[in-house]
Design a protein around this ligand. Structure first.
Ligand SMILES: CC(C)(COP(=O)(O)OP(=O)(O)OC[C@H]1O[C@@H](n2cnc3c(N)ncnc32)[C@H](O)[C@@H]1OP(=O)(O)O)[C@@H](O)C(=O)NCCC(=O)NCCS
Length: 163
């Protein structure tokens, strides 16, 4: 170790296509994505290039939303929710090989509990994902899902959650 200085890159909010009344709490690293009307993004969130987030969706602090993710309207993304686009399908990180990355599509009125991990999947409208769940496959039926791997624990009554 020689005690050299690291190269510093600053977290920034840049080149975001915003609707009306969008709020972002800094520090956040949010770039080249689209946030629709009335979206809220809490602090320490990263939202990467190409992500689309629908109207009135809230993203709580410490969440990571990677490229190739699309989230619908009136969703609630809890604290520390991690999205994944690289499944390490070749035995490790895809690194520059974006052809290995996969998409995630979240419907409308989906609430995702704190610390959940969402692998590349499609989730239909009106779903609740429990805290700490790991969603490994598509969800095609509205309802409440929890656990690792996430399983249906209760059918939909009113599936949308508020904080
Ligand atoms: C998943 C959730 C919505 C379920 O709530 P619920 O329908 O009231 O469910 P219950 O509390 O009646 O639990 C039903 C069963 O699921 C289990 N369970 C509940 N939440 C779970 C979770 N997150 N992970 C794993 N199992 C869970 C319970 O232990 C219970 O199991 P049992 O029947 O074997 O005893 C809720 O527990 C949850 O995780 N909410 C997320 C809240 C959150 O993260 N908010 C963020 C803002 S602070």
């Amino acid at each position: 170790m020689t005690g050299r200085s690291p190269t510093l890159w600053k977290a920034q909010v840049r080149d975001v296509t915003c609707g009306d009344r969008v709020k972002i709490v800094e520090p956040a690293n949010v770039y080249e994505c689209t946030l629709s009307d009335d979206c809220f993004v809490g602090p320490f969130v990263e939202i990467q290039k190409g992500v689309l987030i629908g109207a009135r969706t809230k993203v709580q602090s410490h969440s990571f939303i990677c490229e190739l993710v699309e989230i619908g309207e009136d969703c609630f993304i809890g604290h520390g929710v991690m999205f994944i686009n690289d499944l390490f399908s070749n035995g490790g990180p895809a690194r520059g090989n974006r052809t290995l990355w996969k998409e995630t599509r979240i419907g409308n009125r989906v609430s995702i509990g704190s610390n959940a991990t969402i692998l590349p999947v499609n989730i239909c409208d009106d779903v609740v994902i429990g805290a700490g769940a790991v969603v490994t496959s598509d969800i095609e039926v509205s309802g409440i899902y929890a656990g690792n791997p996430a399983r249906l624990i209760r059918n939909a009554g009113s599936a949308s959650a508020e904080n």
